[in-house]
Design a protein around this ligand. Structure first.
Ligand code: NAD
Length: 489
């Protein structure tokens, strides 16, 4: 059993989709594992008029269990109907908080989880402070969902609003990719293995490729997605976080502040493109019709003339000693060939290939070594190396060494939201985005957006089931390289 933690959770947007699908089931997992036991309470709050009983019924449905244990868990849940813009309601919430703190011996510990539209974040944070919900008795932490702004200026304004009420150490910006097992494994692989970390630089690595491929289209998120696009929705947050973990130096210690400091340092050396560079190093796409899939422009809630990108590929350069000259290629998109996330680390070939015998018709050039980190759906990694082909002559052939997390163990692996809620309870900010990380990521992404907003794209330009537009292949082929994961190899 894990050691028990105490806290009051207040979920703003407590009747929303995210709370229902992810947050309550994750809390239940923490309850079953013993992190939450007696000393916790949950207040759901939203505009809907619900009683505690009705709310508990919803929570029960969301966790999908009516066991004795589930019943006990649910008895810790309460509901307050509340419009977050109404100042008066915060005193009602405060009364509930004080009463529950006493009843469950919560020691003043509070987690305010804002699972609602970001335009409310500043208002809620301000009232939590001004109406006295934030106290000095225990901890008071603010967990917020993405998106954090839609460009650098709006993110900065949001951050300034939050900073009036909460210190940076109290703010936990969710990026659920950081809760994934294999993302956390990047640090273990790199800093726990001399054979990997000693080669982890521009001397031995030719390029690194990060692919976040989605099989589904926009579905019911179309109205949100159309205002965002793949660059804001995936690159600014998830991809930049993955890239900074791959690029960073070894932290002094495995603590949140040391890791963040190194990620920020890496992002500071990311080359922010000028207009011409942004236009050359990034490409965008939007899907057409294919099979049973409608073109993006014909999806519900998408304007027929939408220029929103559903695909992005790009090349990132770090101007520092470790990475100078080694590009990081990234790509992400909707309705692609498959659903997966992976990182391919492509090593340089030996400078001299002594196995390529002059005049021989059978000898083949050496293959490149590739270390692939499989992030999802399966978690693991593979290393492709050259070995002697098992026959009479002397030919080399690539062999692959693989490790995959056992599917049985995978079932026990905590879901990202469970892990992140657990971290928030512990006060561990390692797997959340700091303001500095967010701000550098926006500054980089804004430059690309600026160029794209000035140019009319030639959309639609890729078919469902492909790996994006031809321009994504051209981007990497121009540098005499190829995507490691590609169709029809
Ligand atoms: P949702 O629209 O399903 O829920 C919004 C909630 O906010 C509802 O409970 C609603 O009653 C409440 N609300 C709206 N206006 C209010 C007001 N004025 N006063 C009080 N309550 C009010 O949204 P969601 O999908 O649960 O998303 C919540 C947040 O999580 C958003 O920031 C979203 O971007 C982020 N997010 C969601 C998902 C997901 O899978 N749903 C994934 C990643 C991030």
């Amino acid at each position: 059993m894990a050691s028990e933690r105490s806290a009051l959770f207040i979920f703003f947007g407590g009747t929303g989709d995210l709370a229902y699908r992810k947050l309550y089931p994750s809390l239940f997992n923490l309850y079953q594992k013993g992190t939450l036991r007696e000393k916790f309470a949950v207040v759901g709050t939203a505009r809907d008029k619900l009683t505690d009983e009705k709310f508990r019924e919803r929570v029960q449905k969301s966790i999908g269990s009516d066991s004795k244990e589930a019943e006990k868990f649910i008895s810790h849940f309460y509901y307050e109907a509340h419009d977050v813009t109404d100042k008066a309601h915060y005193s009602v919430l405060k009364e509930r908080a004080v009463e529950l703190d006493k009843k469950y011996k919560l020691q003043g510990n509070q987690i305010f989880y804002l699972s609602m539209a970001p335009n409310f974040f500043g208002t809620v944070a301000g009232y939590l402070r001004s109406e006295g919900l934030v106290n000095d008795k225990g901890f008071s932490r603010l967990v917020i969902e993405k998106p954090f702004g839609r460009d650098y200026d709006s993110a900065k304004a949001l951050n300034e609003a939050l900073a009036q009420s909460f210190d940076e150490e109290q703010i936990f910006r969710i990026d659920h990719y950081l809760g994934k097992e294999m993302i956390q494994n990047i640090e273990a692989l790199r800093f726990g293995n001399t054979i990997i970390e000693s080669l982890w630089n521009n001397r031995y690595i030719d390029n690194i490729q990060v692919t976040l491929s989605e099989k589904l289209g926009v579905e019911e998120r179309a109205s949100y997605y159309d205002k965002s696009g793949a660059l804001r929705d995936m690159v600014q947050n998830h991809i930049m976080q993955i890239v900074s973990l791959l690029a960073m130096e070894q932290p002094v210690a495995f603590t949140d502040s040391d890791i963040r400091a190194e990620k920020v340092k890496a992002l500071r050396s990311l080359r922010v493109y000028n207009v011409a560079e942004a236009a050359t190093n990034f490409v965008r796409g939007q899907y057409d019709a294919g099979g049973k899939i409608n073109p993006y422009r014909e999806e519900d809630n998408v304007p027929a003339d939408s220029n929103t990108e559903t695909f992005v590929a790009g090349k990132l350069m770090f101007d520092n000693y470790r990475w100078s000259g080694t590009p990081f290629y990234i790509r992400t998109g909707k309705v692609l060939a498959d659903k997966f996330t992976r990182v391919d680390v492509v090593f340089k070939k030996p400078l001299v290939d002594i196995f390529s015998f002059p005049g021989s018709s059978t000898s083949k050039p050496l293959d490149t070594n590739v270390l692939t980190l499989y992030i999802e759906p399966k978690a693991g990694f593979a290393l492709k190396i050259n070995a002697k082909n098992n026959d009479q002559g002397f030919q080399t052939a690539p062999v692959t060494m693989e490790y995959f997390v056992d599917p049985e163990d995978s079932k026990k692996t905590p879901e990202p939201y469970e892990r992140l809620l657990h971290d928030a309870l512990k006060g561990d900010g390692t797997n959340f985005s700091s303001w500095q990380e967010v701000s550098y990521a926006w500054k980089f992404v804004d430059q690309i957006r600026k160029v794209w907003d000035l140019q009319q794209p030639n959309f639609p330009n890729y078919t469902p089931g492909s790996m994006g537009p031809a321009a994504a292949d051209e981007l990497i082929e121009r540098d005499h390289r190829q995507w490691v994961y590609r169709l029809n190899k």
